[in-house]
Design a protein around this ligand. Structure first.
Ligand SMILES: [Zn+2]
Ligand SMILES: [Zn+2]
Length: 410
């Protein structure tokens, strides 16, 4: 969710072909107001014709926006975080308030089960307490799922893992590491390998996949892997997910304050896992995670399996309007981006553009017009793009096809 005005809901009035956008930010009365000016410039006459302003407060602007995809709700989830009940710096209600401000649908509270540095100051014999405090902090208007979890905190191998959807975290306090996973399995938890590339446990940044991981996967006690944790991304973890049929996850693992860690006031965003669930319930979320229906959003990059990622991108970018003006043979295609992603698209289609070279940036939550030189007036044609800031496997980007009908208008 950037605040560079690209998230302003913009009203665009079409008078002449060809657009240039300029964005301004203004601070006024303790609100950051967003002003978008849209100038339309006639290619021939070179005259700016109009501008439109939209104004909104930053409080709404920081909410993470993604559309639903066909058949599923897109749940924005952050399933790894800490509070003072392990080694975090805040009380659990702050995690709730941060999530609500960010428009998150589900969080999991995942305190280290074994590592309790604040225990002398905050004694708490019940390891479910942090989850309970968070749940009690929910306000009536808050539409947030809070999942009970725990971070199994061990040396590598197997390193750290999260077990979420727990009934009772206390039962995970066991010496033998396999016993801990067995207990989480008994509680039908969803279990994933945390920050496998963490330099403290993997000095070269390469996840040290070990026989114990293979054993856990084989026993059905390891279901997912973080390919994104906090500020890091791992190609190798993505490859491990694909090779071992694991769910792809990205989490903040926040210990401090999300605004500071991800520079949210300056337009940053926390990493989230987008989960495609039938309904917004704990049961549906769990079913979707076990079924691997996820895409990670990290640092303006989308990462996921093609069957999840391509439908998401297709839901994000739709055609608003297509027109040929007068007798010109250039189709003016207006594309709406319904998400917070600034898409970086490389043209792999048949036709050249008159408004861009081969790379087109589709700005978040706004309309981008592309002039397509179809050489003759066509009723229908296809635009094809490689999505450069989307990843389906290491160094692989998905291709999207946009079908254009010249009678089309959203
Ligand atoms: Zn950890
Ligand atoms: Zn953690």
């Amino acid at each position: 969710m950037k605040i560079d005005a690209t998230k302003c809901k913009t009203l665009m009035i079409s008078i002449k072909p060809g657009t240039f956008c300029c964005n301004l930010l203004m601070k006024m009365n303790h609100h950051i107001l967003c002003v978008k000016k849209v100038f339309r410039l006639s290619v021939k006459s070179g005259i700016a014709l109009l501008f439109i302003q939209t104004i909104f407060s930053h409080e709404n602007d920081r909410k993470i926006i993604f559309p639903d995809i066909q058949g599923y709700k897109t749940l924005k989830c952050d399933l790894h975080m800490h509070t003072v009940f392990s080694d975090g710096s805040v009380w659990p209600d702050i995690r709730v308030q941060e999530a609500v401000k960010d428009g998150i649908d589900a969080i999991a509270i995942t305190e280290h089960i074994e590592y309790q540095p604040h225990k002398n100051d905050i004694p708490h014999p019940d390891r479910n307490r942090s989850h309970e405090v968070a749940k009690n902090a929910l306000q009536e208007a808050d539409d947030l799922l809070i999942i009970n979890g725990s971070e199994i905190t061990r040396r590598m191998p197997p390193g750290h893992s999260n077990a979420i959807f727990l009934d009772d975290a206390n039962k995970l306090l066991t010496t033998d590491v396999m016993d801990v996973f067995e207990e989480a399995g008994k509680q039908h938890a969803f279990i994933f390998w945390n920050h496998p590339d963490w330099v403290a446990q993997a000095p070269d940044g390469v996840p040290p996949l070990d026989s114990i991981h293979h054993e856990l996967i084989k026993k059905g006690l390891l279901h997912g892997i973080e390919i994104v944790n906090d500020l890091t991304y791992s190609d190798e973890a993505l490859q491990i997910a694909l090779d071992n049929d694991l769910t792809i996850l990205g989490t903040s693992d926040i210990h401090g304050i999300v605004d500071w860690q991800y520079k949210i006031p300056e337009g940053g965003h926390r990493p989230v896992t987008l989960v495609f669930a039938r309904e917004k319930t704990e049961e549906s979320l769990k079913e979707a995670l076990f079924d691997k229906r996820t895409v990670v959003w990290f640092n303006n990059t989308l990462i996921g399996r093609p069957q999840n990622l391509v439908p998401l991108i297709e839901a994000c970018i739709t055609v608003q309007d297509v027109q040929y003006y007068r007798d010109y043979l250039i189709a003016r295609v207006s594309l709406i981006n319904h998400s917070d992603v600034e898409f970086i698209l490389r043209n792999t289609g048949e036709y050249r553009f008159d408004t861009y070279a081969d790379v087109v940036n589709i700005m978040p939550n706004s309309v981008t017009q592309v002039g397509v030189k179809t050489l003759e007036k066509l009723d229908e044609f296809i635009m094809k793009f490689e999505v450069m800031n989307a990843v389906t496997a290491p160094a692989e980007h998905p291709e999207i096809i946009i079908r254009i009908s010249t009678n089309q208008s959203e």
